[in-house]
Design a protein around this ligand. Sequence first.
Ligand code: ATP
Length: 326
Amino acid sequence: MTILHVEDIVKKYGDFQAVKGISFAVEKGEIFGFLGPNGAGKSTTIKILCTLLSLTSGKAVLNGFDVSKETLKVRQSIGLVFQDYSLDDRLTAEENLYFHGMLYNVPRELLRERMEQVLKMVDLIERKDDQVRKFSGGMKRRLEIARGLLHHPKVLFLDEPTIGLDPQTRRAIWNHVINLRDEFGLTVFMTTHYMEEAEHCDRIAIIDHGEIVALDSPVSLKAQVGGDIITVKTNQNEEIAKLIQERYNLESKLEGEFLRLEVQDGSSFVPQIVADFPGAILSIHVHEPTLDDVFLKLTGRAIRDELISEADRAKQKVRSFRKGKR
Ligand SMILES: Nc1ncnc2c1ncn2[C@@H]1O[C@H](COP(=O)(O)OP(=O)(O)OP(=O)(O)O)[C@@H](O)[C@H]1O
């Protein structure tokens, strides 16, 4: 059953087209991911689907409601966990949930039971009476997820849910998200630029410059690359690239100080190239295709994690600067 149907959505900021006519559908119970580099249009799209931003043209229907015309019904159908921290630090975990429940008109007689239910889901029931300021970053994010589920949404939107969190906490949050899907059939729509995170999704739309460049399961996307990826450092990269072309009819790409090439079978290619270019190979690495390789193949650019980490750090700094000014 289709829970979200998006048809030819365009979003313009002035003359600039941030989202360029994208279309897709999400099935009930799916974990659907939007993967792309900074500025690709992920947040803009998610905000449109959550009714926080108007669209320029196109149509989106969520849980049977038009996001442009039936905003209240759409809002009642969704839970939100956005990049910006939005808990009240001075309230306890339970009080934060209570406040949200009142805003969403969760009937009073149900609210206690619901709060207990969602706190249990994210393993925070023991800490319900603690002020949120005493929580770690991961606990806060789990509480935000619990809050997003309090009014029993049909679709949970997660915009970069684990940004700035350590890998262990990221994994813990993912385990919770997968459980929610498995146990309650919840549909999850998320954006990320972490490759390993995107791997958890049932399907991924790869977005670049406001356009969907591919949409499929992680396994099928990676199968598009085919074979193995070799990165090799030699003492004369340009010269060796030419020789590789001549000898094996393989095109290699210069990436920093490495040559990158795709081969059918890495385990047989490595000994062959080492033997064919004695003394020239300084290092060689072989790996199965990742989603980064898929992105590179589709766009000619890499979503490099180190660049992204830089952006994360900068975003964190801006947030602390903002908080300090309050
Ligand atoms: N309010 C705005 N006014 C003008 N341009 C905007 C506005 N918001 C976003 N943009 C531009 O639209 C494009 C898409 O931005 P968006 O925030 O949707 O990207 P993103 O993929 O979510 O990136 P990030 O991961 O950095 O949040 C970017 O080029 C951005 O600069």
